[in-house]
Design a binder for this molecule. Structure first.
Ligand code: FES
Ligand code: FES
Length: 161
């Protein structure tokens, strides 16, 4: 039987040390070991985007990332982005625009949208669609999601022209 390996990383700014099996993926590590259940697991093979998190500032599919690959990294989940206030405006826009229904896709959608907004101050609707094209939503029909991201970009430009 394969032995667990020690890993040490930061998750949402806190140091975490754990013993994990080499095959354990990051999504399951976050959900089952750390009880960070805001990271959702849908397809489990890199298609739906529900498991999106940030590792060292870049968005990744946590279902396709092994926990051991994050040794020494800084992982940020929806809980971290939410608690820090980084995406409060985006979350408010999603709520006001009815850009979520069941909410299953929403954590991944928010993290992917924030990734776009960090890199592009004035994204047009085509860019928003393209950037979110790897995040599936079964409920909203996408228009409200695009509206919410576009509105947040506009509000951020007004605050910091
Ligand atoms: Fe990771 Fe679908 S659960 S992409
Ligand atoms: Fe239900 Fe997106 S709000 S899957």
């Amino acid at each position: 039987m394969t032995a667990p390996l020690p890993i040490s990383l930061h998750v949402n700014g806190e140091r975490v040390e754990a013993q994990v099996l080499p095959r354990l993926n990051l999504a399951d590590f976050l959900r089952e070991h750390l009880k960070l259940t805001g990271t959702h697991v849908g397809c489990e093979h890199g298609v739906c985007g529900a498991c999106t998190v940030r590792v060292d500032g870049e968005i990744v599919r946590s279902c396709l990332t092994l926990a051991v690959q994050t040794q020494g990294s800084c992982v940020e989940t929806i809980e971290g982005l939410s608690d820090s206030g980084e995406i409060t405006d985006l979350q408010n826009a999603f709520r006001e625009r009815n850009a979520l229904q069941c909410g299953f896709c929403t954590p991944g959608m928010l993290i992917a949208a924030q990734d776009l907004l960090k890199h592009e101050k004035e994204p047009d609707r085509a860019q928003i669609r393209e950037h979110l094209s790897g995040n599936y939503c079964r409920c909203t029909g996408y228009q409200a999601i695009i509206d919410a991201v576009e509105e947040t970009a506009g509000m951020r430009r007004e605050r910091k022209p």
